[in-house]
Design a protein around this ligand. Sequence first.
Ligand SMILES: Nc1ncnc2c1ncn2[C@@H]1O[C@H](COP(=O)(O)OP(=O)(O)OP(=O)(O)O)[C@@H](O)[C@H]1O
Ligand SMILES: [Mg+2]
Length: 261
Amino acid sequence: MVTRVIEFKNVSLVYPNGHQGLKNINLKINDGEFVVVVGMSGAGKSTLIRSINRMVTPTEGELLIDNENILSYKEKHLRKLRTEVGMIFQNYNLVKRMSVLRNVMAGRLGHTGTLRSMLGLFPQEDLQMAMGNLNRVGIQEKAYVRADQLSGGQQQRVSIARVLTQQPKVILADEPVASLDPPTSHKVMKDLRRVSKEDNLTTLVNLHFIDMAQEYADRIIGLRDGEVVFDGPIDQVSEKTFEEIYGRPIKEDDLLGGDES
Ligand SMILES: Nc1ncnc2c1ncn2[C@@H]1O[C@H](COP(=O)(O)OP(=O)(O)OP(=O)(O)O)[C@@H](O)[C@H]1O
Ligand SMILES: [Mg+2]
C-alpha cells in the first residue's frame, strides 16, 4: 500500500545569510491529512513547506517521506521527489501563452520525459486524465483556451488540475488563494480540499486568514519565528489559539470573510 507520511525530525534551516528559518521542527503529517500552516509574515511557513520538495534544504535533522530521508537526495532522486510532491503557487505558475490543456499536461513531464513531451507525444491515457482532472475542477470547457484568458480563480483551478495530473503523493500549496477575492478563494479552497480527499493526498497549505484555516483544515500547525508553537486537530482550535500563534489579539484583517455557501 502507498503511504504518504511526512516526518520532520529535529529539522533546522539556516539560510546562507545566517538567518534561522526553521528551528528544531518535529512533526508527523499523516497519510491523507489536510494540514493548514499559519503564522505571521516571516514565521517560516513557506520555508517549512518548501523543505518538503527541497526548494529549500534544511541544514540539520531528517525529513522523511515514507521513511526515506529526502535531505540526502541528489539529482535523480530530487527529480523523482518533485514528481511525487506537487506544488501550487499563489501566482498559479502557468505558461500564459499555452492552452489550458497543455498546461495541465505539463503535470506529466516527470513521467513522460522532456523530449517526448516537447514533441507533444503524450499517451492518450494521459490526455484523458488531464481532461478528467479539468472536469473535476469544473473547467473542462476551457481546455483549448489560452491560459492567460482565464480569470484568477480559473487559472488556480488549472494549476490544481495540473498537480492532480502529476499524480503526486503530496500537495504543497503556498498561499494558493492570496490573489483571489473572498468568494473565489472559498470556491478554490473547497475544490482543493475535495480533490485532495478524493485522491487521499497528504496536503499542506499555507494560509493567511484564520477563518479560512478553520474552515478547511483537518489540523493546524502554527509557526512563530521558525518554531512550531501550536499543532493540533481543528476541533482544538479557537480564536485564543490564533492569538497565541500570532502573539497578539486577532484583528479584522486576519479574517477573509465572504463564504456565501
Ligand atoms: N533566501 C533567504 N535568505 C535569507 N533569509 C530568508 C530567505 N528566505 C526567507 N528568509 C527569511 O526567513 C524567514 C521565514 O521566511 P518565510 O518566507 O518562510 O516566511 P513566511 O511565514 O512564509 O512569510 P510570509 O507570510 O510573508 O510569506 C523570514 O524572516 C525571511 O526573511
Ligand atoms: Mg510565505
